[in-house]
Write a protein that binds this ligand. Structure first.
Ligand code: IVH
Length: 706
């Protein structure tokens, strides 16, 4: 590639840039093999357009500007009505300017806007005759597309038969959700194929592929509905008069999928400010969506406005794409690091050639586990597509196989623990040092002493390293046996800090069971799961006596997790005993043990008389009984000093269930200042919102108990 920068200096560079752009868009819109990431492609086309604006007399006929799909692809099935592209804006200012120019053209403000996500897939036209899906056609060059009817039956959301026997064309986007993409690459590599770089390429490649030995599902979202040549004339006329938002409702009624089924449903707005609010709302939800979006499409909603605005040869004048920043880029996989965590898990991490994505420089990305590396067919030196959105940890999507040089090397898996040299237990997907929690004792202890666990002030990482290096602490329980003299013998440990630390350690013995459990680092259970387990069983003895089946009664613990928790508790038994002897609390205040059946007892068969815990919980369940609560934003007033973990503990003390993500099941969102995407989602879903003060009043009786 000769022209990746923003400026083209002469006609030779211009001609090269045109050639590069045409090649790139042929790959992008055609086979789905990108040679440039979206950002690099956009920059190239903008540079071409800028040069053309300065030298209009030298514009080459092959230039991609002003053409649907960059003029790179053709097809042989004519479209009834051209399938156009969209013009782009990149900021609120550009958007506002666009609305003003549209208003000038119409002679009045746009009556109403429709706002919906710009799905990152491929445009497709689906023709239904008397309700039956008969033909699928790609966009092609906009006037004619390619027949891809062989894909009928593999696209979720595009039914073979509509709920009504109508003759219509449904237009929309075919894409792969993140889960469908991972599945597709897994199946493809298992069949000896090369992985696709990202969901969009995977959808493009899959849609065009014929006679594959396997099929992988994709998903369709409709964004248009129009009559065909043999649609009943009265119905054709009616469709032509429908607002876009009504057409989308109709598509849903026919049984076709639209964005209405997602967390970012299409909506309407009457003002520019209303549109910008919605744009911000959709943008905020982008990182949490299970599919890719690369912008927001804003359309004049009414058919009359659309007609009056008309269309150019490339794009309609009544719609615009408000582009969002690219969240994926191609970079190089330089190395793989193997790090041992606090429970002994050995996790691979990708070291990348630094790349800027969405405003931050990315140097590392997760790789999950060794099997995942094999499944993705990743190699050292590979060009890789890296994805990062919002605060979500960056991930390597896949190698960009057609950019390989042939110099790539296999990734070597460790044969022994990279930290302590012990053997590796490879029996599960996630590898683990056979030395378990003792392998990275410093990490295990630092975590246990942390604010959300035993909350031992003064026991930070450096102090833990000192204790471990001095041989004073060999496991968590040893902390509670530390003497004043031992601590005073350490470097930089004066009398005051020694006494403070001893007091903090002594105070930690009184932490509730939920925090002790969390401090132990039972694999597969974090803070909220530890709280749920502790509330359910009430005492460590009850929990340890429970079989997998009983543990499954705890919400969120399924058939896979329950046995692993049982195994973990067995592994931790000596440590738990030692902690109990040291005087560490093993009960959860306010919780009652569950009713037990004979033979499933903490005291070897003599079942104690216990009440029906669940009934008791429901009857005296507190002000949040039965509620699913999400806390977001900064807490103020009476709640100001509470960490997020303490807020969640409060929710649960008051009888509710705390969660970190908003869904249809959420009953209350406590939204403090700076609440962003979660508040937006709550508003979209119509979930009740409370300010920190309102919430504090609701749970006032439970505020001090923590
Ligand atoms: S409307 C004439 N709505 O974006 C109107 N397009 O860059 C054209 N796209 O070809 C399409 N989501 O493949 C529309 N909600 C949406 C869309 C959307 C994604 C794609 C579509 C189109 C391309 C234009």
């Amino acid at each position: 590639m000769t022209t990746r920068g923003a400026v083209i200096v002469d006609a030779v560079a211009y001609a090269q840039a045109v050639e590069d752009a045409v090649k790139a868009s042929a790959a992008y819109y055609g086979a789905g093999t990108s040679v440039l990431d979206d950002d690099a492609y956009d920059r190239l086309v903008r540079a071409v357009a800028a040069w053309e604006a300065e030298h209009p007399e030298q514009v080459l006929a092959g230039s991609p500007t002003g053409k649907v799909a960059g003029g790179a692809v053709q097809g042989d099935v004519p479209h009834t009505v051209a399938m156009l592209s969209l013009d782009n804006v990149f900021s609120a200012e550009e958007f506002t300017a666009w609305t003003a120019s549209l208003a000038r053209r119409l002679g009045h403000d746009v009556t109403r806007y429709s706002v919906e996500p710009k799905l990152d897939g491929l445009a497709i036209a689906a023709r239904y005759t008397h309700g039956r899906l008969t033909r699928l056609i790609t966009r092609g060059d906009g006037t004619a597309g390619e027949d891809v009817s062989h894909a009928i039956g593999t696209i979720d959301g595009l039914p073979g038969e509509l709920a009504e026997p109508v003759t219509v064309e449904v237009r929309g986007e075919v894409l792969m959700t993140t889960a469908q993409f991972e599945h597709a690459n897994e199946v493809r590599t298992a069949h000896g194929g090369a992985p696709f770089a990202n969901p969009r390429n995977a959808a493009a490649g899959t849609l065009r592929a014929r006679e594959r030995a396997y099929t992988v599902p994709m998903t369709f979202f409709a964004y248009g509905l129009l009559p065909l040549a043999d649609t009943d004339p009265a119905q054709a006329e009616e469709l032509g008069e429908c607002a876009h938002s009504d057409l989308m409702k109709r598509a849903v009624a026919y049984g076709v999928n639209t964005t209405a089924s997602t967390a970012v449903p299409g909506s309407t707005a009457d003002t520019v400010e209303g549109v910008l609010d919605r744009v911000a709302g959709i943008a905020a939800l982008r990182p949490s969506l299970p599919f890719g979006i690369d912008g927001i499409v804003v359309k004049a909603d009414l058919a009359a406005d659309q007609r009056a605005a008309g269309s150019g040869s490339r794009a309609p004048r009544w719609a615009i794409a408000f582009k969002l920043r690219a969240v994926e880029k191609i970079t190089r996989l330089l190395a793989v690091e193997w790090n041992v965590g606090r429970t002994g898990i050995i996790a691979p991490r990708a070291v990348l050639e630094p790349v800027e994505i969405d405003g931050s420089t990315i140097t590392y990305a997760t790789l999950h586990n060794p099997a995942d590396i094999t499944r993705r067919d990743l190699r050292l030196g590979d060009p890789v597509m890296v994805h990062r959105a919002g605060d979500v940890i960056p991930r390597v999507e896949a190698p960009v196989v057609h950019l390989r040089t042939g110099e790539e090397q296999p990734i070597v898996f460790p044969e022994s623990c990279p930290r302590c040299g012990s053997a590796i237990d490879t029996s599960e997907q996630r590898w683990r040092c056979t030395n378990g929690r003792n392998c990275h004792l410093v990490a295990a202890l630092s975590y246990a002493a942390g604010r959300d666990q035993l909350d031992i002030e003064g026991l930070g990482h450096t102090r833990v390293v000192q204790l471990v290096d001095a041989g004073l602490v060999k496991d968590l329980a040893d902390l509670f046996a530390l003497t004043r003299d031992q601590l005073l013998g350490l470097e930089r440990m004066g009398e005051t800090s020694t006494d403070n630390l001893l007091a903090a350690i002594a105070a930690a013995k009184a932490q509730p069971l939920s925090r002790v459990l969390c401090a132990l680092g039972v694999r597969g259970t974090g803070r909220s799961m530890s709280r749920r387990i502790a509330r359910y069983f009430a005492t460590m003895d009850e929990l340890r006596a429970a079989e997998a089946e009983t543990i499954q009664q705890v919400e969120g613990i399924g058939t896979e997790k329950a046995p692993s928790i049982v195994a973990e508790l067995a592994e931790l038994a000596p440590l738990i005993d030692k902690l109990a002897v040291a005087g560490v609390n093993m009960t959860e205040p306010g919780a009652t043990p569950p009713a037990r059946t004979a033979g499933d007892t903490a005291d070897g068969g003599q079942a104690t008389e216990v009440t029906e815990a669940t009934e008791v919980m429901d009857a005296t369940g507190g002000p949040l009984a039965g509620m699913a609560v999400v806390v977001t934003g900064a807490m103020t007033g009476a709640l100001e000093k509470l960490s997020r973990n303490q807020m969640n503990e409060l929710v649960e003390r008051a009888g509710g269930r705390s969660s970190s993500s908003v869904s249809k099941k959420t009953t209350l969102v406590v939204a403090g200042e700076g609440a962003g995407s979660k508040r937006a989602k709550a508003e979209t879903l119509g979930v009740r919102l409370a300010t920190p003060d309102e919430f504090a009043a609701l749970v006032a009786d439970y505020l001090d108990a923590g």
